[in-house]
Design a protein around this ligand. Structure first.
Ligand code: ZN
Length: 146
């Protein structure tokens, strides 16, 4: 059996402003900007900056009731979640459910870049919000608009 998590897909960072954060990550730290998009179901705008085999995901709320807006109100800007890539999200969700982990999402939901994602509840994951992220099949992959 292959490793259940081939890699860390991305590290999500909650920011007040994508443009301001990109001054640091893109202009100063010189990370390349892989793409920006709005995920309306999550009420966020995101930007992806690859680092080796993983990516930094910057998240800006587009509405005051966005989970990112609520996170920043409570904690300020900072690391928001860790996303593990999975080959089969449905199987991965079944496995963590069977082991008694609390889930935020019982069913996969659409994530950025055509992925399917689901979050585990930080109460059962040592206080870390963990996202399981299934990459979309390459055949239907759209390019990010930069
Ligand atoms: Zn994410």
């Amino acid at each position: 059996m292959s490793h259940p998590f081939p890699r860390i897909a991305h590290i999500g960072i909650a920011v007040n402003s994508l443009d301001a954060a990109l001054t640091l990550y893109h202009d100063t730290l010189r990370l390349s900007l892989h793409g920006r998009e709005e995920v309306s179901s999550e009420r966020v705008k995101v930007a992806f900056l690859p680092v080796g085999d993983t990516e930094i995901e910057l998240l800006e709320a587009t509405s005051p009731d966005s989970p990112i807006a609520r996170f920043i109100q409570k904690h300020g800007e900072g690391i928001h979640h860790l996303a593990f890539e999975v080959d089969d999200l449905d199987a991965a969700l079944d496995a963590v459910r069977q082991r008694g982990f609390r889930l935020i999402d019982d069913q996969p939901r659409p994530g950025a870049g055509g992925t399917r994602v689901a979050f585990l509840h930080p109460k059962s994951t040592n206080g870390v919000l963990i996202e399981l992220c299934e990459r979309q099949p390459a055949t239907t992959q759209e390019s990010h608009d930069v």
